[in-house]
Unconditional design. Structure first.
Length: 78
């Protein structure tokens, strides 16, 4: 039987003027909890805030999603 291992919902209310820049992430199911993963509480999602239109930050101002520069002839180590 095929069952879902992980179930995550990502929500952004673009019609609310106060919170349109917030992305809410709800973790509903994690199959392998031995690695430290747990579902989020229903009223306590992970919130990422759009900053400057180019990056997301968490509640502490940290950037959880790091940009990796595209390889160019200048930054390829040969």
């Amino acid at each position: 039987m095929n069952k879902t291992d992980n179930f995550i919902t990502i929500h952004r209310n673009i019609y609310d003027a106060a919170t349109w820049m917030n992305t809410e992430i709800y973790v509903h199911k994690i199959r392998n909890k031995d690695t430290g993963g747990n579902p989020t509480q229903s009223k306590n999602p992970i919130i990422l805030k759009l900053r400057g239109g180019v990056e997301f930050v968490d509640l502490y101002g940290d950037t959880p999603i790091k940009r990796i520069p595209k390889p160019t002839s200048k930054n390829i180590p040969f």
